[in-house]
Design a protein. Structure first.
Length: 307
């Protein structure tokens, strides 16, 4: 497998990135960034800072700085003004690559026949790849994305942030014909990080204290905004699915993206009962074995010192 991680770090993106980098079997070839949790210059810096923290040698390619059509949406109430607040992060060392994120994606897919694309932010870069390089799309193994929700949203009552931030892009991705694996809020809220996991991360060593500080900030933001005790590890679920699909339960559904509704813009309309009669276009993750999830999570995190 050759993996591309398209992200908008973001606290939970940072953990998805680190787990992917620690998992050599996934073949992470590069990281692409998009505006989402913060502005593009912040998400691009944050991705490089997290890699530098553990001396991980991976290129980072900046992508789109705004959604396809709508005004930009960011999440400072959850991730802080920088997109990655709560810890004393080291100075960034590596430069951003000169190649554009979408160009890097296209070149990688052209080169290899086994590319999987993981997207943990708004789907702007991925949609541009589909629009600009449609002849390459059939070569993609799959797009595994964190986004959407079946029963609830987290930025409106029915819309999840990544989809809401660029619903037009999400619609292009879900209608592309590429195999899509959707990791919704219904699933990610089954892997809540508590003080127990944060303490365990902190005990791994000095660099991990920074990671635990990030989670403390993230957890505090969730308590303030949503009243939740603990914080969901949204984005790492995408990488964990690739590592251990057997710990997840899933089902194929047709998923439509609402782009015109006054109250429902950005909703992922999951056809649970096939009332539309439309062919399934996504495998939707429904449940996960939490204990096994965190066992694998810590197995991978503990490898970072040797990456």
């Amino acid at each position: 497998m050759h993996l591309i991680l398209d992200c908008d770090p973001g606290h939970d993106d940072a953990f998805a990135l680190l787990i992917a980098a620690a998992s050599k079997e996934l073949g992470l070839t590069g990281v692409t960034t998009v505006a989402g949790n913060s502005y593009l210059h912040n998400t691009s810096r944050n991705a490089r800072t997290i890699l530098d923290l553990f001396d991980i040698d991976l290129p980072v390619f900046a992508g789109r700085e705004k959604p396809l059509l709508r005004n930009i949406v960011i999440a400072p109430d959850i991730h802080g003004q920088s997109g990655l607040e709560g810890a004393n992060l080291p100075a960034m060392k590596r430069p951003i690559e000169k190649t554009n994120a979408v160009q890097f994606m296209a070149e990688t897919i052209e080169k290899y026949d086994d590319v999987t694309l993981v997207a943990t932010g708004p789907l702007t870069n991925v949609a541009l790849l589909i629009l600009m390089h449609p002849h390459l799309i059939h070569k993609l193994n799959s797009i595994v994305l964190m986004g959407g929700g079946i029963a609830f949203g987290n930025v409106t009552p029915v819309s999840e942030f990544n989809i809401f931030a660029d619903a037009e892009a999400a619609k292009i991705v879900f209608e592309s014909g590429v195999p899509v694996v959707m990791v919704p809020l219904d699933l990610t809220h089954q892997v809540i990080v508590t003080d127990e996991e944060i303490f365990r991360i902190r005990s791994l060593g000095q660099k991990f204290e920074i990671l635990s500080d990030l989670l403390i900030f993230f957890k505090s933001a969730y308590k303030k905004v949503f009243g939740i005790e603990g914080v969901p590890l949204h984005d790492p679920c995408t990488v964990m699915y690739l590592l251990s699909p057997e710990i997840f339960e899933s089902k194929e559904y047709h998923v439509d993206i609402e782009t015109k509704g006054e109250l429902t813009y950005g909703q992922t309309v999951v056809d649970l009962w096939n009332t539309s009669g439309k062919k399934a276009n996504a495998r939707v993750l429904l449940s996960v074995k939490r204990e096994r999830f965190f066992q694998i999570f810590f197995e991978k995190i503990s490898l970072l010192e040797g990456v």
